[in-house]
Write a protein that binds this ligand. Structure first.
Ligand code: ZN
Ligand code: ZN
Length: 362
């Protein structure tokens, strides 16, 4: 089967012909129909972050079940499915407490090192990043990482549910538990931040402030439901948020991830509110907090992993909301590309008018 692989650190995405194993146990073979380009894959491909090369990336994958392993119980051939990179065992105390995103044995959705690899090239193992490997015509995935979605959801839109949507909307709905009437700030109105705005609409937030340095992105944020927009290149965003809210925001979501932005974000938080850290544009960034100030204001700072998602619940919910016209996915899609155009696709994402790029020709 055709795939796009990264052969070494920062070597770029190149075409390859790989062998894919037959499903065993709870594995599901998926014919990939759409695969989204997420910045995390680009970062993982550019730096030595523990992923052995060669590797197939791609963790926003939607497709059709082609074959199931003998122990699969939740999916059948022909089902439309979306993959999610949250790997969980379903049996540890975290999973049993409803926190699959904190699973103690995420490796249980992968094959053990002494088992034959799922992906090989002329017999040599190829890493399947995050247990998904969506930049390929087929993917062999544990059923815990797959969610059935209605056939009516188009594949490109479905693919986005797997990471960008659960991350952005989940931070609002799950991690911060935003309530009706709350005020929130979304810093960074890109392909993930827009989903946080949508999540805030679903939650019934009264005030939704989008902060960005690109007017094009702020215009898009308004169309997604932001009640206020702030261009932080033109005005002091902390002052602007205080003027709009009076007392600061109940929840501030940082989709950028630099020290300067997170510091501003914490200053925007109202007493008793929270700053939620999602973006990682600078992986070396550190945030200084005044401890007594934090105690007095009762603010919290929380890191968010994958929108604290229980994918089988959340992805099914977002798919239903999309079909009901209550969750915007169509306007996220800017560009569709072929499997051998991943490098060009990531280049295109530098354009502030390009929100999400999805492989649809495989
Ligand atoms: Zn992602
Ligand atoms: Zn677990």
């Amino acid at each position: 089967m055709k795939a796009t692989v990264v052969r070494a650190v920062n070597a770029g995405f190149v075409s390859a012909d790989l062998e894919i194993a037959a499903p065993v146990g709870r594995e599901v073979l998926v014919d990939v129909k759409a695969s989204g380009l997420c910045h995390t894959d680009l970062t993982m491909s550019k730096f030595d972050l523990g992923v052995p090369f060669p590797a197939v990336f791609g963790h926003e994958v939607a497709g059709v079940v082609a074959e199931v392993g003998p122990d699969v119980v939740e999916l059948a051939v022909g089902d439309h499915v979306v993959g999610c990179l949250v790997q969980y065992c379903g049996a540890c105390v975290k999973c049993l407490s409803g926190k699959v995103f904190q699973c103690l044995h995420p490796e249980s959705t992968l094959r053990a090192p002494d088992e034959p690899a799922r992906l090989t090239e002329n017999g040599t193992p190829v890493t399947q990043a995050f247990g998904l490997g969506g930049f390929a015509q087929q993917a062999l995935i544990h059923e815990n990482q797959l969610v059935k979605v209605p056939d009516e959801v188009p594949f490109p839109q479905a693919a986005l549910l797997g990471c960008g949507v659960v991350t952005g909307a989940g931070a609002v709905l799950n991690t911060a538990n935003v309530q009706a009437g709350d005020s929130i700030v979304v810093i960074g109105a890109g392909g993930v931040g827009l989903n946080a705005i949508n999540g805030a609409l679903v939650a019934g937030a009264a005030t939704i402030i989008a902060v960005d340095i690109a007017d094009d992105k702020l215009t898009k944020a308004r169309s997604f439901g932001a009640t206020h927009v702030v261009n932080s290149a033109e005005v002091d965003p902390v002052e602007a948020v205080r003027q709009i809210t009076g007392n600061g925001a109940d929840a501030v979501f940082d989709f950028v991830g630099t020290r300067a932005v997170a510091t501003q974000g914490l200053e925007m938080v109202a007493p008793g509110g929270g700053l939620y850290l999602i973006g990682v544009i600078d992986p070396t960034s550190h945030l200084d907090v005044h401890q007594v100030g934090l105690i007095g204001s009762q603010k919290r700072v929380q890191g968010v992993y994958m929108g604290s998602t229980t994918a089988k619940r959340d992805i099914a919910m977002y798919a239903r909301l999309y079909l009901e016209g209550r969750f915007e996915l169509d306007a996220l899609l800017s560009k569709e590309i072929a499997l051998d155009e991943v490098n060009e696709g990531y280049e295109a994402l530098h354009d502030p008018n390009v929100t999400r790029v999805v492989i649809t020709s495989l």
